[in-house]
Design a protein around this ligand. Structure first.
Ligand code: HEC
Length: 210
């Protein structure tokens, strides 16, 4: 029901007549129409105020919600608990590394640690980049399998290989070390030229104690 605005001519009387009622409020000759906002609009407005109070209480007050970061680290912790339930506490020694090397599901976990932290320098599949190729038999800092743990833990090459202790869980260090060891002798798409000295093959894992 829209009304056409009245056409103004010099003869138009100063006071226009409108069908709508006024509130009776007048100032400087300006009258206020009684033209309330529609009910649906008012309800949405009131609901948004109620929502705002609830939102503020939930997100900004009290202990119900601790922020995205806290939620994330809680999820990571849960994820680690589930993951490590199968793994247990891995020791930083060669025997454990050789055990991981025999266990495909552990190597798979090591691979995801590698993907998350190491590919920027060692290449998508460990073929090398800033850091050396992990597929060949030559190593710069590694003389025997256990040295892989030390290199990852403490870094190497004056920090060009960063140290990961304190940044990765010990379990993740052992898992990724196992994964790196498992790459040796497997093909890679873009191999970087060998660096360092060729070292003897990894010993095979001792059978688990009965
Ligand atoms: C910032 C780059 C960088 C990142 C990230 C990095 N590395 Fe390295 N890494 C290097 C460099 C450079 C070397 C060679 C150091 C040297 O010249 O002595 C190296 C060496 C190594 C070595 C010893 C290889 C050898 O020939 O002695 C291992 C094992 C290794 N990295 C594993 C890892 C793992 C596992 C990760 C992820 C947790 C990782 N690196 C992340 C740069 C990196």
């Amino acid at each position: 029901m829209s009304q056409q605005p009245p056409t103004l001519t010099p003869d138009t009387p100063k006071t226009e007549t409108h069908a709508e009622a006024t509130t009776g409020h007048e100032y400087d000759g300006i009258q206020e129409f009684d033209n309330p906002t529609p009910a649906w609009w008012t309800y949405i407005f009131i609901l948004s105020m109620i929502f705002a109070v609830a939102y503020m209480m939930y997100y900004h007050g009290g202990n119900l919600y601790n922020g995205v970061e806290a939620e994330y680290s809680m999820d990571v912790a849960t994820n680690n608990r589930v993951k490590y339930a199968a793994v247990g506490d891995l020791q930083m020694d060669e025997a454990t590394l050789l055990m991981v090397l025999q266990e495909p599901s552990f190597l798979e976990m090591g691979r995801s640690v590698f993907r998350g932290n190491c590919v920027s320098c060692h290449g998508e599949d460990g073929g090398g980049g800033i850091g050396p190729n992990m597929h060949d038999d030559a190593y710069i800092n590694v003389k025997e399998a256990g040295d892989i743990l030390t290199v990852i833990n403490e870094g190497a090459g004056d920090g060009r290989m960063p140290e990961w202790q304190g940044r990765l869980e010990q379990n993740d260090i052992v898992l990724v070390a196992g994964y790196v060891a498992s790459l040796r002798g497997t093909p890679t798409a873009m191999p970087k030229a060998a660096e360092g000295d060729v070292i003897p093959p990894w010993p095979t894992a001792k059978p688990a104690t009965p």
